[in-house]
Design a binder for this molecule. Structure first.
Ligand SMILES: *Cc1c(COP(=O)(O)O)cnc(C)c1O
Length: 384
């Protein structure tokens, strides 16, 4: 039997890879300099480490090092991108397009803009979880200033067609931002091929530390800083740099870049094994979201007749989630599942499985056995 609890919630956060941890360690107490200290070796050493991380993060997404700004995570990156662009258009009836399946770190900044007088269009998705390109095209207006579309969804793992979205938005001369927090390090991200101007990512979703992220800002893109101070990160984001975190993000990007393909194959096989072992033994289970355009480590199921909350209570040795970690405290049904066309009841009967770098076949087998057992038991109890 594998050690429990078994972690199958890699979309919420990931453990720090030991290689990343080792890279970070010296930067806490030994190489502790402030990269802004330009007058001595302590500062130079820290600045050099930050520069290396910048190059590593840039390499992961096909960018130039100077186009990477470090932040405290994807929430901040998204806020900086969206509000930072919008600030250039205040009082001008400007229009923003996003989707209904975004993370709250995109939805909420857009909602704030709307309260402040911007027009916001939220695109729906088809039954697979993908936006319709014709709808995007029809939504673009002369006064549209920004389109923000996530690359991969944090609940159902569905991947959007970023190259075609980018081509469409670019042809109209509109800026494109993508929240690529779940995509970076998992699928090839290429800011050139995607034609994005702004792209967010986060350390703790890709085996790096929490509290650090990055915003890619294409050279020449006007973004207003949201935090004034010592003019760090080329004036885009003031505040002394989180050097250990940034070094960790860089190391995580380097590891992911080198191992992505092989890792996706391995984890994809485990995910398929998990899915098949459940579907073979349980009736009335539906896989949510596209099977084809999907992160290799995501499985999302509706288990008809079983409350996800009750199921998770009886499955405490398996760490899964019924929604995004940020909204699962609130008991409202997932906005992503409702957008797919699920009923409120179905949404509450759904579970997200996120596999990852340290998931084993033994864990998958144990977890699927326990899940099937628990579902059968609960369904028996609730039979009339
Ligand atoms: C986790 C996540 C965020 C928030 O990232 P933090 O670094 O935790 O602020 C934003 N968007 C998506 C899609 C996420 O999965």
């Amino acid at each position: 039997m594998p050690a429990t609890p078994i972690y199958l919630d890699y979309h919420a956060t990931t453990p720090v890879d030991p290689r990343v941890f080792r890279a970070m360690e010296p930067f806490f107490a030994v190489r502790f300099g402030n990269p802004a200290s330009s007058s001595h070796a302590f500062g130079w050493e820290a600045a050099k480490a930050v520069q290396q991380a910048r190059t590593q993060v840039a390499a992961l997404i096909g960018a130039q090092a100077h186009e990477i700004a470090f932040t405290s995570g994807a929430t901040e990156s998204n806020n900086l991108a969206i509000k930072g662009v919008a600030d250039n258009f205040r009082g001008r009836k400007a229009h923003v397009i996003t989707t209904v399946i975004e993370h709250s770190a995109v939805l909420d900044p857009c909602e704030r803009l709307e309260r402040e007088g911007f027009a916001v269009t939220r695109l729906g998705v088809d039954g697979e979880g993908r936006i319709r390109l014709q709808e995007l095209e029809a939504a673009l207006r002369p006064e549209t200033i920004l389109v923000s579309i996530m690359a991969a969804n944090n609940e159902i793992g569905v991947i959007q067609d970023m190259p075609r979205i980018g081509a469409l938005v670019h042809a109209r001369g509109v800026l494109l931002h993508s929240d690529a927090t779940q995509a970076a390090g998992k699928i090839p991200v290429d800011v050139g091929a995607w034609q994005v101007d702004l792209l967010s990512l986060s350390g703790h979703k890709m085996y790096g530390p929490k509290g650090v992220g990055a915003l890619y800002v294409k050279r020449g893109t006007a973004v207003c800083c949201q935090q004034d101070g010592g003019h760090h990160e080329r004036g885009l984001r003031s505040g002394t740099l989180n050097v250990p975190g940034i070094v960790g993000l860089g190391a995580a990007a380097a590891v992911a870049g080198g191992e992505m393909e092989e890792e996706a194959r391995r984890i994809g096989a485990l995910r398929d094994r998990l899915r098949d072992r459940i579907l073979e033994r349980l009736k009335n289970v539906r896989v949510n979201g596209s099977r084809e355009h999907r992160l290799a480590h995501n499985l999302h199921l509706t288990l008809h007749g079983v409350e996800a909350e009750t199921l998770m209570m009886s499955l405490q040795e398996i760490a899964v989630s019924s929604g995004s970690a940020c909204t699962s405290a609130a008991r409202s049904a997932s906005h992503v599942l409702l957008a797919l066309g699920l009923s409120d009841e179905e949404a509450h009967q759904s579970l997200r499985f996120g596999l990852g770098r340290f998931t084993t076949a033994e864990e998958v087998d144990y977890a699927s056995d326990r899940l099937v057992e628990a579902v059968l038991q609960l369904r028996e109890l609730t039979l009339p």
